[in-house]
Ligand binder design. Structure first.
Ligand code: NAD
Length: 471
């Protein structure tokens, strides 16, 4: 029986390994992590992450061929294939601070693999890493082991949170990069055989190591670029009377452009897009490609601009002050169908409004109170000027309440900001909400989810990103 071990039981490691276990009953899969709490949650009825369809997959395999454990060394030493899916955040200090990837967790995992391995292993980069990381990993592994042969593969993950199980069941492609040596090709074949249990052969792409590593950064940069492009267009729409949804529809009909990922919003979030673009910028700079680096930087600048633009619009629409006014925040996660708040644009929007002394009443169906307060209390790292900005003071955090119902959040509010595109926000009883709000009642739709005309008929003053303003 082939044995797989995955180091890192997070948003990627957990769902990916659960699907491998489900699709490959002949393979034993162990997911290990240093976090005792996370592993305990994976072994409980309350999984550590919310992802549609994940519970069912885990329930079907856990205890049969899928195991979650903190016994990292045991499972690593027994495995034939080791996936490494640890976090690779942006460095906050030292060389490359604010841009380069922090590979501390990766390096420590590699050293541990080298120490405990007594048989040859295939080590798979599942985390998103800078191009050429495999070279460093190879050195760490070979210099710290006793004659064990390691083959490094790059197998970046393209799942999107919120649709992870669907993406894993039916991926657009699986990418495997490896060395062009006979041993490298054998390792590629071994990993390909795992995916071949359910992924059609034509969707499995094999490349050299560096192409696979760079393709993941490139994919995220291209996706983020589309969002910044349509968001930049949304500002122009508002200035001219064009409607960004109509523009998206019109340009998306061009098969060279395609309609996906063309929704304007308050900006992208999540743990990956910004981090991976910064990483790309750093790699370009290290290779002397300053103009290329500046091109990619602009994607993040437009994203920041969009968040600021939204806050300015809220404050200026509400007669230039939100001081003491209750504002309902609907949605805090960085997108619908996830409870993940890493780099959510809601953090910047809420902090902007708190800075203007608004009182916020926040509702999100999947984000806990503790998580919201933690996010709002943290200082923000300014990547352009690597110094820490001031965190919000504890007294500002008192301007925030977290509630478990959209109606409670909006009661007596002066305005509503929709920051996540949860489906339930489309079907709220807006008449009931309007009746219980202060007047004039404002809606600022940062995700274009509401029916603007209908809300205007009820009596709301509505601002929706990239749409003609309320007459
Ligand atoms: P995560 O923070 O949710 O999970 C990482 C886990 O690794 C944590 O539970 C941590 O405790 C564990 N860990 C760290 N060092 C360890 C060690 N030495 N031994 C054992 N466990 C260790 O991160 P994530 O969102 O799953 O992302 C993992 C990687 O995948 C990142 O490189 C990310 O860029 C990439 N990625 C993420 C997504 C996504 O949507 N989240 C998608 C594609 C790729």
């Amino acid at each position: 029986m082939v044995k797989i071990c995955c180091i890192g039981a997070g948003y990627v490691g957990g769902p990916t390994m659960a699907v491998i276990a489900l699709k490959c009953p002949s393979i034993e899969v162990a997911v290990v992590d240093i976090s005792v709490a996370r592993i305990a949650a994976w072994n409980s009825d309350h999984l550590p992450i919310y992802e549609p369809g994940l519970d069912e997959v885990v329930k079907q395999c856990r205890g049969k061929n899928l195991f979650f454990s903190t016994n990292v060394e045991k499972h690593v030493s027994e495995a034939d294939i080791i996936f490494v899916s640890v976090n690779t955040p942006t460095k906050t200090r030292g060389l490359g601070a604010g841009k380069a990837a922090d590979l501390t967790y990766w390096e420590s995992a590699a050293r541990m693999i080298a120490n405990v391995s007594e048989t040859d292993k295939i080590v798979v980069e599942k985390s998103t890493v800078p191009v050429k990381t495999a070279e460093a990993i190879e050195k760490i592994l070979t210099h710290n082991s006793k004659g064990i042969k390691f083959q490094i593969l790059s197998n970046p993950e393209f799942l999107a949170e919120g649709t992870a199980i669907k993406d894993l069941f039916s991926p657009d492609r699986v990418l495997i990069g490896g060395r062009e040596t006979p041993d490298g090709q054998r390792a590629i074949k071994a990993l390909k055989d795992v995916y071949a249990h359910w992924v059609p052969e034509e969707r499995i792409i094999c490349t050299n190591l560096w192409s696979a590593e760079l393709s993941k950064l490139a994919a995220n940069a291209f996706l983020a670029q589309r969002i910044s492009s349509i968001n930049a267009m949304s500002a122009l729409c508002e200035a001219t009377g064009a409607d960004v949804s109509q523009v998206s529809h019109a340009i998306g009909k061009d098969t060279r452009i395609c309609p996906k990922f063309l929704n304007s919003s308050i900006g992208f979030g999540g743990s990956c897009f910004q981090k991976d673009i910064l990483n790309l910028v750093y790699i370009c700079e290290c290779n002397g490609l300053t103009d290329v680096a500046n091109y990619w930087k602009q994607i993040i600048k437009v994203n920041d601009y969009q968040k600021n633009r939204f806050v300015n619009c809220v404050v200026s629409s509400m007669f230039n002050t939100v001081s003491g006014k209750k504002i309902a925040i609907l949605g805090f996660a960085f997108k619908k169908d996830t409870g993940d708040t890493r780099e959510t644009p809601a953090i910047d929007v809420c902090k902007g409004l708190i800075g203007d002394k608004a009182r916020l009443s926040i509702y999100d169906p999947q984000v806990t109170k503790d998580q919201v307060l933690k996010d709002l209390s943290m200082d923000k790292f300014d990547w352009d000027h690597p110094v820490h900005l001031q965190p919000l003071s504890p007294s500002s955090v008192n301007q925030v309440t977290i509630v478990w119902d959209a109606y409670e959040a909006t009661k007596d509010a002066h305005g509503i900001c929709i920051l996540t595109e949860w489906d339930e926000f489309k079907t709220l009883d807006y008449q009931r909400i309007f009746d219980r709000m202060r007047k004039p009642a404002f809606v600022f739709d940062g995700r274009n989810v509401v029916n603007v005309e209908k809300l205007r008929e009820i009596g709301f003053i509505v601002y929706s990103i990239g749409k003609p303003l309320d007459p």
